[in-house]
Design a protein around this ligand. Structure first.
Ligand code: TXA
Ligand code: MG
Length: 343
């Protein structure tokens, strides 16, 4: 292993297809303070055991992420949270019972054993129990929570395939565990339980309405939270530009397609007959246009979203023309990611 000028170790990642022995090997590596990328049902995470502080520091270096950005701690189903969170309140318990394992991160006061390096120096911690079977087995075998941001370079598109992690971090981390493709495809919903009223810090597959249904109280939606100036400066997913491919992303209706110049190679992604017909017309006229049809369903679009944005770069497209979904609660998470990708 050599070290680059930035202090990032230079390695060649080993790609391991999940099997009992590979999961055990990755858990051992985590316990010894190595970084391991692994699949979750949302996106791939870049993991370090929370009690391995050099490895935690290595996450920030590998991603090029500012160290004050807090990480999410991942736990296995039924894990004892004593010491990791200050207290399991009745509200927290209700949400855990309803949505764990699954794509919901709870921001709660941290416990005494949770290092400040994980929480970006804050007294709260984001904690989540993923439902991907490989993540569950890995967390069980590791025995301590695993801090894991999405396994991409800072500001880039989150990875939904092991090949995405390999392309972006393969020269910076030793191990990538592969498994079934993430079912959800975009990052977990983050709900803060720090104030009287629960607040959505990042929209995801689990909606405010679902959380309200379980708690029986009103939840501040992400729209309400993000209108408060500097409401959560430490949520990197809250930065205006994030989740971006190198290609420029435009989010448009069918009747706006013709306003974008298509001299450069362009990827058009949509679902409506009108949008796809316009995109086909562009392709016939200009040639350098690739058209990809998705089915109009928030879960399907979320699942395909990041791989599609990455495909633009893989195909050397300079721009992506993405069909604009409706503005409704069920599309909020996809709209949020598209807005940031196009910022
Ligand atoms: O689905 C996911 O959540 C994925 C997978 C790997 O689990 N992880 C993920 O991590 O998206 P990351 O680091 O890319 O995004 C975590 C977000 C960040 O925006 C961070 O600021 C926020 O969670 N976060 C973590 N702890 C927090 C805290 N104590 N207070 C406020 N925000 C917090
Ligand atoms: Mg991320």
């Amino acid at each position: 292993m050599t070290t680059t000028d930035s202090g990032v170790p230079h390695v060649h990642a080993e790609l391991l297809v999940a099997s009992d022995s590979h999961i055990q090997r990755c858990a051992q590596a985590l316990k010894q303070g190595l970084l391991v990328a692994f699949p979750t049902e949302t996106v791939f995470g870049l993991g370090a055991a929370v009690n391995q502080l050099v490895a935690i520091e290595g996450i920030f270096k590998a991603k090029g992420r500012p160290s004050e950005h807090p990480l999410i701690a991942h736990v296995a189903p039924g894990a004892d949270l004593t010491g990791w969170v200050a207290e399991v309140t009745p509200t927290m318990q209700k949400l855990m019972d309803a949505f764990w394992p699954g794509p919901l991160t709870l921001v709660v006061p941290k416990g005494a054993c949770m290092p400040l390096q994980v929480t970006g120096g804050q007294s709260s911690v984001g904690i989540r129990c993923p439902s991907h079977p490989v993540a569950i087995e890995l967390l069980k075998a590791t025995g301590v929570p695993v801090a894991a941001p999405s396994a991409n370079r800072f500001g880039k598109v989150s990875p939904t395939r092991a090949s995405h992690v390999l392309a972006e971090l393969g020269d910076r981390i030793p191990l990538i565990l592969d498994g079934d493709v993430p079912e959800v495809g975009i990052e977990s919903t983050i709900v803060s339980l720090l104030n009287d009223q629960p607040a959505i810090l990042r929209p995801g597959a689990i909606t405010a309405a679902q959380i309200e249904g379980v708690l029986g109280v009103a939840v501040k939606t992400h729209g309400q939270v993000s209108k408060t100036p500097n409401a959560n400066p430490r949520v990197s997913g809250a930065l205006e530009k994030h989740y971006s491919p190198d290609a420029k992303v435009w989010v448009l209706n069918a009747n706006e397609l013709f306003v974008v110049p298509v001299q450069q190679k362009t990827l058009c992604v949509g679902w409506s007959d009108a949008f796809l017909a316009q995109a086909d017309a562009l392709r016939e006229k200009h040639g350098k246009v690739v058209v990809e049809a998705l089915s109009y369903n928030p879960s399907e679009v979320a699942k395909a979203l990041y791989a599609t944005l990455r495909q633009a770069d893989e195909l050397a497209c300079k721009q992506v023309l993405f069909e604009k979904p409706e503005e409704s609660a069920e599309w909020e998470a996809v709209n949020d990611r598209l807005k940031r990708a196009s910022a």
